[in-house]
Write a new protein. Structure first.
Length: 255
């Protein structure tokens, strides 16, 4: 089932429900009502720091992807300076593990899509695709995020404090788990101390495809860091560094 949620009359966002039923329909309607309330209702001083601010107008953007770290049950936290952003889908631009020797190692690390592979810091997805690195950090601002399930929420990434740390906060009573896209799995691999080879050659190819929600496989010689994946479907028009949807569409060779 597809329904649409309008945000400040600026955009209409499709929400997909895979197996609609009474419970699912109620959850979906609650999510919609909460989201609409979040966007248009005057807010009181006793609400959160995020809610106390004026809710901005959002614009739809081509789907972007956040690699996030944090407690799945948290609605806010610190550490957003360690969150990464792919402005376009890294999957179609990736290289299969089975093609690593030919398409990355033999080319000096330059992928067919022209991104540069770093043997000291590389990324895998749930299918066994080696991906380009995301950009760090996610720019401070407000975003509409979803895990392509029932929940849609406003994500606020706060500017860096004097120590370089960044806070994040979700609206709509959403937890980080609620806006995580479970089928998408990704992990970052860096060399273990004292080990000279953290190579995709050592990745257990039989471990792919990774089950939705399951951890990514370990790779010999590497430290693994799992990340949650969030979809950005809209962002505030007054974000400090707004994304130009047209520019992304024009420069993406996969579009």
């Amino acid at each position: 089932m597809i329904t649409h949620l309008k945000l400040n009359n600026a955009i209409s966002i499709p929400l997909r429900v895979t197996r609609p039923g009474i419970g699912t329909a109620r959850q979906l309607m609650n999510s919609i009502l909460l989201m609409v309330g979040l966007l248009i209702t005057p807010l009181t001083p006793v609400q959160s720091v995020q809610a106390a601010e004026e809710i901005p107008t959002f614009q739809r953007v081509p789907t972007q992807f956040i690699a996030a770290l944090g407690n799945p049950g948290a609605t806010s936290g610190t550490g957003a300076e360690s969150w990464g952003l792919w402005r376009r889908d890294p999957g179609p631009r990736g290289v299969w593990l089975t093609n690593y020797e030919v398409q990355l190692k033999a080319t000096g690390g330059v992928a067919p899509a022209q991104w540069k592979f770093d043997i000291e810091d590389w990324w895998l997805d749930e299918n066994g695709l080696i991906m380009e690195k995301p950009v760090f950090p996610v720019p401070a601002g407000k975003y509409i995020v979803t895990g392509d399930r029932e929940k849609v929420a406003m994500l606020t990434i706060y500017p860096k404090d004097e120590n370089g740390a960044q806070r994040w906060e979700l609206g709509n009573d959403a937890k980080l788990y609620d806006v995580t896209h479970l089928p998408c799995r990704t992990a970052r691999y860096t060399p273990t101390a004292g080990v000279t080879s953290c190579s995709p050659v050592n990745a257990p190819k039989a471990a792919f495809k990774v089950t939705p929600g399951a951890p990514m496989p370990l790779v010999e010689g590497c430290i693994k860091q799992d990340y949650a994946v969030l979809f950005i479907i809209a962002e505030a028009v007054d974000n400090p560094a707004p994304v130009d949807p047209g520019k992304i569409a024009q420069t993406d060779p996969e579009s």
